[in-house]
Design a protein around this ligand. Structure first.
Ligand SMILES: NC(=O)c1ccc[n+]([C@@H]2O[C@H](COP(=O)([O-])OP(=O)(O)OC[C@H]3O[C@@H](n4cnc5c(N)ncnc54)[C@H](OP(=O)(O)O)[C@@H]3O)[C@@H](O)[C@H]2O)c1
Length: 248
């Protein structure tokens, strides 16, 4: 897909931008970037008030109500919903360590469950509680950070079973919710985005020499440019940080 010149945001009210995972590496840079674009920005995550934690489903409903109340009180429109949460390695809910698997020998139910919880189930619950808050008319964007390794068509290397599979599940959820979203608002866009390799805690142990690793503020600025340039008809698709389509 070729992109038109960047969408002219002067026709779009600035409104509210919500970043879920706004305390993470890329998420915090997105918060700063959206603020610089003139949005009022709200960040939600495990360390915010109210807190949003995918391991406790009720926190999503509480945070959804919190945002709905804020929109009703201020009269702002929710113009951007960016989901910047994710998991690749670390402690799981059960307290065990999970690392990306190099072989099927390393697969564990615990690792698979945690990757699916943070990379697919959590964002699906975000869809349930936050997509209904998008305006029913006019352009608005929901963007979910996925990963190129979630592409089945692009997978030539193997490995990283749980992360790949959970991001592929996320991509399907994004595509499916984009179809439903279009029934409420034809101008609303819902996309999956690959941020490139970015210097954060998530990528740090795996950043190989030779890979282009970029600072979070640069990645955020690219992602916001991709979001602004999304043309009508691009909803439900998967794009990289240069606005190029990634195969499913
Ligand atoms: N960095 C890269 O090179 C790269 C490459 C491809 C794709 N991505 C994707 O980009 C996104 C952002 O990654 P990042 O590099 O910024 O990673 P990061 O710095 O580790 O941030 C991860 C985010 O996920 C949140 N999170 C983790 N567990 C959670 C839970 N139980 N409930 C709610 N939130 C939870 C973290 O919240 P806390 O702030 O509370 O810890 C944090 O905001 C992810 O989807 C990742 O898969 C990153």
């Amino acid at each position: 897909m070729t992109f038109a010149p960047p969408h002219d945001r002067s026709n779009e009210p600035a409104g509210l931008a919500l970043v879920i995972g706004g305390t993470g590496g890329i998420g915090a840079a997105l918060v700063a970037g959206l603020r610089a674009q003139g949005f009022e920005v709200m960040a939600l995550g495990r360390r915010t008030q109210p807190a949003l934690d995918y391991t406790t489903e009720s926190t999503l409903a509480i945070c959804g109500q919190h945002v709905a109340d804020h929109l009703a009180r201020t009269g702002l429109r929710l113009q951007r919903l960016v989901v910047a949460t994710g998991f690749l390695h670390g402690d799981t809910v059960s307290g065990q360590r999970a690392e990306p698997e190099r072989s099927w020998q390393h697969l564990s139910a615990d690792g698979l469950q945690h990757n699916f919880l943070i990379n697919a189930i959590g964002p699906a619950l975000v869809m349930r509680h936050f997509l209904p808050l998008l305006p029913k008319q006019g352009r608005c964007v929901a963007a979910f950070l996925s990963a190129r390794v979630g592409s089945i068509g692009d997978n030539a290397l193997g490995g990283w079973y749980a992360y790949r599979a959970s991001k592929a599940a996320l991509n399907q959820l994004v595509h499916t919710s984009a179809i439903e979203l279009a029934r409420r608002n034809k101008e609303a866009l819902c996309v999956a985005l690959h941020p490139g390799t970015v210097d954060t805690g998530l990528s740090q142990p795996f950043a190989k020499t030779g890979l282009q690793v970029r600072p979070p503020d640069e990645a955020a600025s690219d992602l916001l440019a991709v979001i602004d340039a999304l043309p009508p008809g691009s909803s439900g698709q998967f794009f990289d940080q240069k606005s190029l389509r990634i195969p499913w």
